[in-house]
Each structure stands twice: as C-alpha cells, then as structure tokens.
Design a protein around this ligand. Structure first.
Ligand code: TRP
Ligand code: ZN
Length: 885
C-alpha cells in the first residue's frame, strides 16, 4: 500500500547517485514466521557528484529496522531519520561501511514483490523496486555492486539454497539448519538480485561455450514437475548457441540456473545467473502443454537468457530507459524464434498482437513514449509500448542499417558499455558511431507517443512511364498533448505488374534499378517518391514485413487485395492483404447490422480463402493464419466508435458462412492432418506446429456447421489425442458449441484428469471464461468458486478474469454494465493484496473512449468507484486517475 501521496517522477530530474556501493554482503536467516536480513554495504561518495558529504538517503519499505551502524558505531534513533520509505544517515567520511539488520515477513507477502513464499518455497522478485522491501539500499539501477549472499534455513524443508553467481561455501548449522554462500563476480544493480530456498529437484545439463568453457545448466522445479523440463532445457541450449552465432555473446558464469515458481506477477525474471520463472513459462510436455505454450517457453527462456547481455552486463541508468533492455531483448527473442520456427508466421503473430494491443494502448489514456518522460509507479510501465513497440524501434534500426551494420553497432554497444548503466541515447550513439550515420530524427520514436498514420496515394504517368507514391504522416493526439514532429518511417516496398511479377525499382535520379524490393525512408510530413521505367500501371506492395509500426492506408479495392493475396512475393503482405480484405468485408457487414439489414457477405472473401485452403503448396501454418479472421479486439481498435454487438454479429456470421461454404475443403484438411496426428508421435517442432494449427482452425470452423460428423470428430479428438494441443482445441470447440451434454461431459472428464495440474486447470478456466456464448459473467463467477481457483495466484486471475474481460468482449461489454461492475469489484479486492496484478487487470476499463456513450458512462462510473474505494496502491491510483483525466 502506498505510504505517501503518490508523486510524479520525471526523467528531466535525473541525477547521478550521491553515493556508490562497491560491495554488498547479505545474510538471510529464513524462518517460518519471519526473516532476518543483515546487510553490510561497502560505500563511498560518488566522485562524479563532487566533494562534501550530503546525507545518505536509503530506500526501504515495510522493513522493521533492528540495528544500523556506520563503521564501528551503532546508531541510535536520534542519529538517523526513518520514514515509511527511507532511512537517512549522515556519513562522516568519504568511504565507510554501513551495517543494518531488518526483520521482514515473506510468509505474509501477497504482493509477490521483494522476498515472498510460493508453494512453500522462498523466492524473490526485485525488478523494478522490490529490493527496497528486502533491505535498506540505494535501490536504483545505476548503483551497481558486487554481491555476496549467505542464506540459512531449515535443512529438511529447504535443502536447496540458491543465489546469484557461483556457490563458494556451505555447511551445517547447529539444530536442523544449514547455510550456503554465493558470490557474484559481476557488478549488478539490486533489481537483478535473487534468492531461492526450497525443496526442489533439478534437471542438469552442460553447455560448452564458443571459447570452450563448460557451463552447468540447471532447471529447478517442484519434484512432481521434473518430467516437464526438457523442452525448456533444449530451448536454453539453443538460445546460448544462437546468441554466440548471431551476436557474438558468450555466457560468463560457471553455472546458469532457472527456477520455476507458481506465484509470479509476470512471465519471468533475468536475475544474474538465477532466472526465476513463472512455472507457465518453463513447464511443457506434450500431454499437458499446447504448441503455443511450447513456443512461449522457448521464447521466454531465450528472452531471459538474452538479458544476460542486453540488461545485465549492460544495464539501464534509470527506469525511463527500460526499453533499452526490454525493447532490444524482445527484438532479440523474436529473431531467435523466427530462426527456430517459421519466420513469416512469427512475424504475422507479433504484428497481429502489436496492432491489436499496443495500438490500443497507444490510443488510450495510458499512452506513453517508448522512453516515457514521467511516471508515478514504474511497475505500470512494463507495457506493450516499452516491450513490443520498443522492439519494433530496434527492428527499424536494423532495417535502416542492414544486418551487418546493425551487428557492428551492437558489438560496439556491448564493448563500449560493458559493466555500465546506460541510456537509450547511448544505444543509438553506438549504432551511429559504428556505421558513420546520424539517427537524430529517428530518435523521435523514443520520445513521441501514439501510433503515426501514413496515408499513401499513387499517380501513374503512362506517357512518362513514371509511378509516384506520396506519403503523408499524421499523428493522433496523445494525453501529453505533445506537438509531433515527423518520424523516420522505413517503408519496405515492391511493385507488382499485371502478371503478379515484381518490377525493377529505380527511383528518379538513380543510375540503375536496385532490385525488386527495397526500403525507402519517409522522413517528411509529406513526401513523394517517383519510380521511373515503369511500363504499366503497377500495384504497390507496401510496408512489407511490417517495416514500421504505423497505420498505413492505401485505397486498395477488393480485387487488388485478392491479387496481392495470391501474388505478393512477401509472405507477410500476402497475409496482410487477406486481413485488409476481411476487414473491408466485415466492416460492410457491421454497417448492415447497424442499419438493421440482413447480413450479406461479399463472396470474394469466400473465393479468396477457398483458394488459400486448396493450395497444397503453401505452408500449412500460413494457411491457418490466412484463414483466421481479424479478431474482435482488432476490429474494435480500428473503429472510431466500436459497436460491440455489430462486430460480434458480423464476425460470427462470416465464420459461419465460411464454415458452410468451405466445408469440404476444411474437412479434407482436418481429416488428413488428424490422421497424421494419430500415426505420428508428438514433436514440438515447426512443421508439426504448422500441421496441427491448420487441423485445429479447420475443426473450429467445421464445428460451426453443427453437423454430427464434426461433433463425432471433436469427441474423438478430445478422447484420443495424445497431446494438449489437440485435446484443448477439441475441448474449446465443444465448449463453444450448442451441444450441452457433450460439453458438460468433456469439461468434467478434463477437470478430473487434470485436477492436480494447476497449469492445465488454468487452461480449463480460460476456455470457459473466454467462451462468447451468452452467460459469460455467470460462468466466470461460478468458476471463481471452484476449489482449483485462487485469487492470490496471478496465473489463476489471468486465466479467469483476464480471459473474461480481455478476450470475451461480447460478454464483458454487456449493455447493463454487469461485466464492468464485476471487474471493478475485483480490482478493488486485488488492490488490497497485489497492486501490480490489480493494475494490470484494470486495462480493459481504460479503453472506455472506444465505446458508445452509454457504455462510456458505465465504464467511467466503475473507474470512479474504484477511485473512491479507499486506499489505493500507487499502481491502481496512477491508472485510474490517468484514465479519468
Ligand atoms: N524483466 C522482466 C522481463 O524479462 C520483467 C519482470 C519480471 C517484471 N517480473 C517483474 C517487471 C515484476 C515488473 C515486476 O521482462
Ligand atoms: Zn525482459
């Protein structure tokens, strides 16, 4: 809970620390009903801040101070100033040691920040500002220190004692206790500190680095999960090799550990040498985890591992620079996943996610730049903008510099700043210096919020054989009311001729054509590019691979989109053309619904998707992606005012039309792939993911036909599948079907079989809370009473509340406001014990501007009710107050 009025913190106020901490020696005595933390800090005046000895102000929250000493002198309460957030002492010399002992209570820590207990084990989460709940410290990322950590605990209950770095000593203690000491040779900020004590088993492996050093790899889990670690271990080894090959980055300690915990606010955490993971991002095996879950494990393991360089060896100066490590690391993990799986499919998934969720954030009351310039609560800035848009910004740099130039830049960045806490400007400077270029204008991507629009128009001059494209940038208003300057927008493009071939691209003034696909940089508010030697009116393929995070518009007609779907040489843009065609068709039907007309679907969409479905030469995962209509959340995002009912009705109608008209093609794809599944053992690899994704999307369409043969197929797949991907899809189609007996039976069988596996039960909760059939709120409320549900566990909250409010739009936005009331009640409750989760669950209510006035009033009413509900955490306070501003 907040202890003072929350106040805004500004980037412009940044000052280097007054003091530095060269060494940090910690001792934890872990007991059932309290923990004692002794800290010895070897400190000195920061020479960069000049002479003089100002007061030393240490951060600390919820700590019971038992003793504090400066050097040999124990301080008495008159020697220091203690507030709920700070301890202030007066150093008497430029170099000194500070010793403190505090008592803390991990056993009652429900916020899951600092030291806490999860399923009986002790663990920590210090990013961003959790270390101050462990001991008094300079809890800021530009204070880097060498840590040694000693833990002592009951030997029976906590046989495993872990911290960062290398183990250097251990032994028994009198009684039933034992101890261990770890030393981390690398300087690090406190947010990378970690500790684990528990009864854990581990899977061990070895990795030989590129300079032939042998590293021990361990994944620690609760004993019953020891059979679900192999996929994460394989992912880790692949990540380590990939970072050597693609970035020249080698691992630096003798041991690398991952620990899986059940109660975790986010996905995972990159603590030096001791990554702590949400168990949902570690555990995976065929029987219990879907293909999507396997891919997520691979991506998150890679992400956290990659932070060892992009985040740990080179860290952030202050939290405004968060995207320095997160945007870059998301870009790195996305490229890794693209190399391990289908590159085009990975890009499609990421772009669909960005455009649905990040664009919505960028258009809402919490919109902020990739490098924000103010915040109240930093935990609220672990956002889609900082992560996903931040990654797009790094991707654009690579697009502009080319792969080799980008590598030169990253080499210089890592070399120049190893061991330092730096800024986004330092990252850009390394890219500039290594390539002899200037990125001054480009840096606006870091400081200007909101999604730029890029309107494109064409002009063909048959006589002169020139083709001109004119680009116009515009910028939506953002809460900061900032005047925007033009961005540098790299647009990768090609031109297609009437046969679907690619035209050589030569800009006016150039001596020769430079290939058939190229990147042009739009740098002005309005800018025209003229291509010469263009013998016929071409069709442009714009923003290939989604080369910039903008809303591009070009007046394509539906026949042109169908043409691009078939002929574009860029796989991403083939998918994109299909999405644009679907959007046009769906928007037409949304209009029909609003005017009270019968829905009629443009047959061209059926034809286009029918030929995709019939094309045996296409990657099956691409077929699956192309068959997926834009989601309701995306249709909401691109609407001026979203009509929840019309969007849902139009999309449902379109799906039913496609199911009926493409039944035979879908059935053939379904049957063929299901037959293969029966004869092939489960493999968590690309071609198998692809096959199952087409099989499963086919099944979900087919089920809409209501035909008995499909019901039988779904039941067969549910009963007989040897993997969770097929079983879960079968369950989902049954849950979303009108066959209530079969649905009830499948749900009961599933719950009985998996009642002891919390991660599988999360999926069982989600599929029901996410079902768009009527009665979603009642179902969700009833499930909250289920014995496997637990409000204290973030995964459960996300599975049930997140799925209902985030994915089940038609039910959440019920016209009577019942969904809003439910969510607000929950946020008020969560605020009392886990502010970070409370604040994240609030997101759907912050989107109120998108809806009709009646819904707006209801949503704002709930935000106001939260605001008035009593003592708000700084997390919830910031989101609610900005949403109502
Ligand atoms: N740095 C983590 C990552 O890899 C993010 C994170 C994990 C986090 N746990 C957190 C952020 C808790 C805030 C609070 O992205
Ligand atoms: Zn990260």
């Amino acid at each position: 809970m907040r202890t003072e009025q929350p106040k805004m913190i500004y980037l412009k106020d940044y000052q280097a620390p007054e003091y530095l901490i060269d060494e940090t020696h910690l001792t934890f005595e872990l007991f059932e009903d309290h923990t004692l933390v002794h800290a010895q800090l070897v400190m000195r005046r920061n020479p960069a801040r000049g002479a003089g000895l100002p007061p030393l102000v240490l951060d600390g929250q919820q700590l019971e101070l038992l003793s504090v000493a400066l050097g040999d002198v124990t301080l008495t309460p008159t020697d220091y100033l203690l507030t709920p957030d700070q301890l202030t002492v007066q150093p008497l010399a430029p170099s000194f040691t500070l010793d403190s002992t505090v008592r803390i209570h991990p056993e009652t820590n429900t916020a899951l920040e600092g030291l806490y207990k999860s399923s009986g084990m002790f663990c920590t989460q210090c990013e961003a500002e959790g270390f101050r709940k462990i001991t008094y410290y300079l809890d800021r990322p530009d204070v880097m220190s060498k840590f040694t950590t000693t833990l002592s605990a009951d030997k029976q209950k906590f046989p495993i004692l872990l911290s960062n770095g290398n183990p250097i000593a251990s032994g028994p203690e009198e009684g039933d206790r034992h101890w261990a000491t770890w030393e981390d040779p690398f300087m690090k900020p406190a947010y990378l500190f970690a500790l684990v004590a528990g009864d854990l088993w581990c899977v061990e492996d070895k990795f030989t680095t590129m300079s032939q050093r042998e590293v021990t790899l361990r994944i620690y889990v609760e004993p019953e999960n020891i059979d679900k670690c192999q996929h994460a271990m394989n992912s880790l080894k692949k990540s380590m090799r990939w970072d050597e090959e693609v970035y020249g980055r080698e691992y630096d300690l003798d041991i690398f550990m991952i620990v899986a915990v059940n109660d975790f606010n986010m996905g995972a955490m990159e603590n030096k040498g001791l990554n702590i993971f949400n168990s949902s991002c570690v555990l995976a095996r065929a029987e219990t985890a879907t293909d999507a879950a396997h891919q997520r494990v691979e991506a998150v393991v890679a992400h956290e591992y990659f932070h060892n360089w992009s985040g740990n060896r080179v860290t952030c100066r202050d939290w405004f620079q968060l995207s320095l490590k997160e945007g870059f690391t998301v870009f790195r993990d996305a490229e890794f996943s693209a190399d391990m799986n289908s590159r085009t499919v990975k890009r499609i998934e990421d772009v669909a996610y960005l455009r649905t969720h990040q664009f919505a954030e960028d258009a809402g009351p919490m919109a902020h730049a990739v490098r924000p310039d103010s915040f109240i609560e930093i935990s609220n800035f672990y956002t889609l903008t900082v992560y996903e848009k931040g990654s797009e910004v790094v991707r654009m740099i690579r697009t502009l510099l080319g792969a080799d130039g980008f590598r030169k830049g990253s080499d210089l960045y890592f070399e120049r700043h190893d061991g330092q806490a730096v800024t986004c400007d330092d990252f850009i400077k390394a890219m500039e210096d290594a390539n002899g270029v200037e990125l001054t204008q480009f840096k606006r991507w870091y400081s200007q919020a909101g999604t730029p629009r890029l309107a494109v128009s064409e002009a063909y001059d048959a006589a002169a054989k020139t083709y001109s494209l004119t680009f116009r940038q515009s910028y939506p208003a953002t809460p900061d009311k900032q005047e925007k300057q033009p961005f540098v927008i790299p647009v990768e493009l090609g031109l297609l001729n009437a046969q679907g071939g690619e035209i050589a691209l030569r800009l006016a003034g150039e001596a020769a054509a430079a290939g058939t696909t190229r990147v042009i940089s739009v740098t002005e508010a309005e800018q025209t590019f003229t291509f010469v030697d263009i013998a016929e009116q071409p069709l442009p393929s714009l923003l290939r691979g989604f080369s910039a995070p903008v809303k591009l518009s070009f007046p394509y007609n539906r026949d042109q989109l169908m043409f691009l779907m078939q002929h574009d040489s860029d796989g991403f843009n083939r998918w994109e053309a299909g999405q644009q065609l679907s959007v046009q068709v769906l928007q037409e039907m949304i209009g029909q619904h609003q005017r009270g007309e019968a829905l009629v679907m443009d047959q061209r969409l059926v034809t286009a998707l029918g030929s995709v479905l019939a094309d045996e030469t296409l990657d099956q995962a691409m077929v699956a992606e192309m068959l997926s209509l834009p989601g309701e959340a995306y249709l909401t995002e691109i609407s001026e005012v979203a009509d929840v009912d019309a969007i849902h009705a139009a999309r449902d109608f379109a799906r039913k039309q496609l199911a009926d008209q493409l039944f035979d093609g879908l059935w053939a794809r379904y049957e063929g792939n299901r037959a293969l599944s029966k004869t092939t053992a489960y493999v968590a690899e690309d071609q198998h993911f692809a096959r199952r994704s087409l099989q499963n999307i086919a099944l979900s369409y087919l089920m809409l036909s209501g035909k008995p043969q499909v019901l039988a197929a779904a039941i067969e797949q549910f009963d007989a599948a040897d993997n969770m991907t097929e079983r879960m899809t079968a369950l989902a189609v049954l849950v979303n079907s009108p066959f209530s007996d079969e649905k009830a039976k499948a749900l009961a069988v599933f719950a009985e079989n998996f009642k002891d596996n919390p991660l599988v039960m999360d999926q069982w909760f989600s599929v029901q809370a996410g079902s768009t059939l009527p009665g979603g709120l009642q179902r969700t409320k009833a499930l909250m009473e289920h014995p496997a549900f637990n409000l204290k566990n973030p995964n459960k909250v996300r599975a049930l509340v997140g799925a209902f409010a985030g994915q089940n739009l038609i039910n959440f936005h019920a016209a009577d406001g019942s969904g809003y009331r439910f969510l607000a009640d929950l946020v008020i409750q969560l605020n009392g014990f886990n502010p970070q989760i409370a604040s994240r669950q609030l997101a759907p209510l912050t989107r109120w501007r998108k809806y009709d006035s009646a819904r707006q009033a209801l949503m704002k009413g709930e935000l106001e009710r939260i605001r008035a509900s009593g003592e708000l955490s700084s997390d919830v306070f910031e989101v609610v107050s900005k949403s109502l501003a």
